[in-house]
Design a protein around this ligand. Sequence first.
Ligand code: ATP
Ligand code: MG
Ligand code: FE
Length: 352
Amino acid sequence: PLVLGIETSCDETGIGIVRGRTLLSNTIASSMDEHARFGGVVPEVAARAHLEALQPAIEAALAESGVALADLDAVAVTSGPGLAGALMVGVGAAKALAVALGTPLYAVNHLVGHIAADLLDADAEPLEYPTVALLVSGGHTSLLLVRDLTSDVELLGETVDDAAGEAFDKVARILGLPYPGGPEIDRAAASGDPRAIRFPRGLSRASDMDRHRYDFSFSGLKTAVARWIEHQEAAGEPVPVADVAASFREAVVDVLVTKALDACVRHGVPRLLLGGGVIANRRLREVALERADAAGVAVRIPPLSLCTDNGSMIAALAAELIRAGRQPSTLAFGADSTLPVTEIQVAAGSEP
Ligand code: ATP
Ligand code: MG
Ligand code: FE
């Protein structure tokens, strides 16, 4: 099926057009620059930016793919999770478009969309089940067990405070580096020693394993970095930015990879899929590939343009739902900022 997907859960206005598992266009307008002076995404600013960017982004996607609105078989949209005001803009636009065109509408889960992004990787073998998925971005840090993309996604664990990308952004700020902090810390860390400072690995003690084996915590790490720098300054010592960046990055990467591979081993799943904007981190890719290889786990990393928020992954998920025979969503849904990952599609119509 020919599907247009709309994604507005955070700061990217993403419009994607797919034909089944074939990507036809992936148009992204980001309001990231507008958030830079605040050091993080400002919800109200993001919502307004979506409103301005949507129409031109849809036109650009249609032009790029050579598709006419009348050709579409379905419209897909992110219902949640994400920023409520931002989501609402996409949901409103998708409903209007579907009603005007008389096409079916599929309202889907953003996190499951990140997994569906993998389907659009033309160079990869088809995704096999079950697979463990680690999604790391500015808003999410989730470990999932995917038995079937369209019907069975289980949340193994998630962050109990800051998301991994958020931690990069906050620590960059502490170090006086610009927003977004991820790429900046990656760059600064390149010349640093990852073993210079031993920063804490959140929720990794033996006593955490009962309740929080697959959960993450990064706010203690952020505080530890801040304390370490304060201490250094109070002692009149210079702050070794490269070493702090490298040691912080190592702590984040270590805990992400350790928990993801632990999930693979304990669930007997020899496959790990990575997604989300933090996957751009060079050290994360390196450590994940190295340790997974040693553990006999195959790692999948879709191209970065599909790992960050985009509309194509939303369209791809809807195309899979259609392929699986699911009925479209009714119009009885809205933006759900805390949509659980088990709700792959919302307001699904009853089977015929
Ligand atoms: P969502 O959480 O809804 O998926 P988002 O916009 O917060 O959306 P992305 O756009 O996927 O997330 O990713 C942005 C985040 O990724 C930022 O926090 C940024 O600092 C981080 N990031 C980008 N590049 C790197 C990198 N090389 N290393 C670490 N973090 C990175
Ligand atoms: Mg973003
Ligand atoms: Fe996302």
